[in-house]
Design a protein around this ligand. Structure first.
Ligand code: TYD
Length: 137
């Protein structure tokens, strides 16, 4: 994984609680997740060769955590793009608004948890890359 070069996306490392039972990570809105969490969804059972996402959000802020397995995420802020690997259950990827993102190379066991600061709203999506690029300038 190359170092993160996008201003609008960053990794956040979570504290891991370990005891004789095993491990636990807690995600709390406005604490280790910077925004108030209004929605959580998770992507799993992704079939080989699938590319998901391929959109940006006008307003939505999200955090992705690969809580099992691995996947790759392409991020593009309209100026530069970077490919990052998500393979840790103790590290979140913060995506501010207006970042084009695509997810692929999911391992069969991948569970990608996504936290969002708002409910699902199709009107918030930009699904056309040229429209995204134009909105960035
Ligand atoms: P989609 O946004 O296409 O997934 P991705 O961008 O990750 O490939 O969503 C897939 C389907 O799930 C689509 O019918 C919309 C629906 N959906 C919800 O109902 N609620 C949600 O919170 C999300 C993210 C998607």
């Amino acid at each position: 994984t190359r170092p993160m070069t996008l201003a609008l996306a960053r990794f956040v490392d979570f504290a891991v609680k370990g005891d004789e039972f095993g491990w636990l990570v807690a995600l709390e809105g406005e604490r280790n997740v910077s925004f108030p969490i209004k929605r959580a969804y998770y992507i799993f059972g992704t079939r080989p060769g699938v590319r998901r996402g391929k959109h940006a959000h006008r307003q939505l802020t999200q955090m992705m955590v690969c809580i099992a397995g691995r996947c790759t995420v392409l991020l593009d802020d309209g100026k530069a793009s970077v490919e990052v690997e998500l393979a840790r259950n103790d590290r979140g990827l913060m995506l501010d608004r207006m970042i084009w993102h695509e997810m692929y190379d999911f391992s069969p066991d991948c569970v990608l948890l996504v936290l969002a600061d708002n409910r699902y709203d199709e009107a918030d999506y930009i699904r056309n890359y040229d429209v995204f690029k134009a909105a960035c300038t």
